[in-house]
Design a protein around this ligand. Sequence first.
Ligand code: 5GP
Ligand code: MG
Length: 432
Amino acid sequence: MCGIAAAPTAEEVFVLLESLQHRGQESAGIVWVENGELKFEGGMGLVKDAIKKFVSKGPAIGHVRYSTSGGYSRIQPVYNKRIALAFNGNIINFKSLEPSSTWDAEALITSITNEITKGYDLFEASKKVLSKAKGSYSIVILDREGKLVVARDPWGFRPLASDIPYIASETAALEDIGRRWTEVPENKIMLIEEGSITKEDTLTEPKTPAYCSFEYVYFERPESYFNGVNVHVSRVRMGEILAKEKPAEGDVVIPVPDSGRSAAIGFSRASGIPLDEGLVKNRYMGRSFIMPPGVREKIAMRKDGVVRDVVEGRRVIVVDDSIIRGTTMKRIVKLLKDKGAKEVHIRIASPPVRAPCYMGIDFPSKEELIAFGRNEEQLAKLWGAESVGYLSIKGLREAIGLKHLCVACFSDIYPFPISEEEVKQMLSTHRA
Ligand code: 5GP
Ligand code: MG
């Protein structure tokens, strides 16, 4: 998962990237135009560590990158002498776009540059390549003259918002810098020159949209709007519907901070069971997954503190947004029981994650997904909890309230067929 931004200066892109930091902490980069040349600054880690110096002159684009696995030292924007691009998503057929490429950003920049060499202008070259791409992309492409192409894939998997000439993955980032915003519709490509739109078009024949439901469940900031729906409000509804679908007898509802908070509010409201803060996140703890095994588990146990007075002797309903590997929940049940919780009922405000995402969310393989091949009773036993209850896919759809959603990670049914060969190419060479 990633975040992208564009603005008239590198300084503004830097600020937008910090507002999008939650979408990726692995690496970050900026490319800007300086005297007719493209300049790059970027590196591994958070925006403030990766991007140290830049000249706040011409138009710029930027990227924050996320991957669940270590060892990926790739940084966007990718760039050459002519163009630079940054995108959020995953191109499934990148090998057929450019057989020599080893990952999708490289496939895109190579094929777009090839079309420019053939004589197409930036807009036409980008459109030609993107219309053939299968997968998800919200993308910004900058050339050395300062022309900017912005596009969102025909299915609309990933978010993208604009207040031309400002572009950001999420609406909240634009609000952070005091801008208004509209969302870039799916299947749209536009050219921005000197601060205004000079060309726009659709990319392909219209497709059935497949807005990523996991953007609502976990990824986006609560303040953001995605396809017109506020993310926090959708999460509260997930919690409300969960309370109806999987009621629990309990004395207190507590969220797993911070991602479970909106859903816990909804669960409490719908069930009438009071909401309280029982788990307290240590904001300054290092990220545990970059630590070696052994150290990792010890640090993970210290990530949350427990308020004994809230949980001791009580039946605790703990609400989180999602479960991937199950490591968070296993640890939390142990912490709560150690502090005297009488019962622990786990409620998850999304359906079980059972299938890999090929559209840009980096889940581990099927075998590592804890809900793959296990039911709620088996999970409760595994985690030492009294009960486990997940939201249904129907409930998730109702909470978001949109007809056209991608729920492939929950249903194992993809918006388009994906061949075994394509899966193999993605797994062997690439992460979004
Ligand atoms: P688990 O510990 O089960 O592997 O992960 C579940 C927890 O991680 C939840 O609290 C959820 O908020 C968070 N989470 C869900 N999806 C992702 C993701 O793609 N990346 C990261 N870093 N955390 C996630
Ligand atoms: Mg979480």
